[in-house]
Design a protein around this ligand. Structure first.
Ligand SMILES: [Zn+2]
Ligand SMILES: [Zn+2]
Ligand SMILES: [Zn+2]
Length: 261
């Protein structure tokens, strides 16, 4: 008997989830009952009140508050919004369902780029298994805009998609990066009072650099594995240097090609 009751309950939950018409019907009936039935309304109000009071009581206990906080920050911001591609905590996003939005809006402003779908390359126990990366998320800001049939301002489809960094540039060290930079930005960076983050103070000045000079001054060699020692100085006649590192000439040539191409 009990099993049957449980079974019915499950079926009803399932129907509510899947059948939109049924869901709307149940919602309307519930609103109607709340409006018409005085005793029902009192009961609901009382339940809400008790729940709020319990929560208030719970929050007075500092250990409980700490536990809740630790729970909330246990996972970092790991969920990528499929529309604005920002990182969010799990609480700030919901599962992105195609059916919730207008088809053309959905197709034009969501991407599965950051959703992990297992391929043959994955091990039997994929590292992404059971993590946020296997679902498609959407943040509330984008969700609300898309529900209204509009393209969210922050959507990647508004020309905000960042290209992947080419392999030639990925493997450069700090001094190599500096040598091939088309513009060298100068800015005042200071530690922010809270959160251990850094902020930029004042204007950023971009100084264009002459790549031709760099590529002609550095010696060229047939040997592709040649390493050069390069010192980066604030001024050429200074003794001291800012950075002193090896520079690979092979990927270096390739990386300048990336810019030209
Ligand atoms: Zn049954
Ligand atoms: Zn978003
Ligand atoms: Zn996988």
């Amino acid at each position: 008997m009990k099993m049957h009751k449980e079974h019915l309950k499950q079926a009803s939950v399932q129907k509510y989830k899947e059948d939109a018409k049924h869901k709307e019907h149940v919602k309307q009936a519930s609103i109607q009952k709340y409006a018409d039935d005085d005793s029902h309304r009192c009961k609901v109000k009382q339940q809400t009140k008790t729940r709020r009071e319990n929560l208030k009581e719970e929050n007075k206990q500092i250990t409980e508050v700490i536990r809740k906080f630790k729970d909330a920050v246990q996972k970092g911001p790991e969920c990528v919004c499929s529309c604005c591609l920002r990182l969010f905590f799990e609480k700030q996003v919901l599962i992105c369902k195609k059916g919730s939005y207008d088809n053309s809006i959905y197709d034009s402003c969501t991407t599965e780029k950051y959703k992990h779908t297992c391929t043959d390359d994955c091990n039997t126990h994929c590292a992404f298994e059971g993590t946020c990366r296997t679902s498609l998320w959407i943040c509330y800001t984008c969700h609300r805009k898309m529900m209204k049939g509009k393209i969210p301002a922050d959507s990647f489809s508004n020309g905000l998609m960042l290209e992947d960094v080419p392999l030639e540039l990925k493997q450069l060290n700090a001094i190599e990066q500096q040598l091939i930079a088309l513009n060298i930005p100068f800015m005042k960076i200071m530690a922010l009072p809270k959160g251990g983050q850094k902020g930029v103070h004042g204007p950023v000045v971009c100084v264009p650099s002459d790549l031709k000079k760099v590529t002609t001054i550095l010696p060229r060699s047939e040997d592709e594995s040649l390493l050069l020692k390069v010192k980066l100085k604030r001024k050429l006649n200074y003794k001291g240097y800012e950075k002193y590192q090896f520079v690979k000439t092979k990927p270096f040539g390739a990386s300048t090609c990336v810019f030209k191409g």
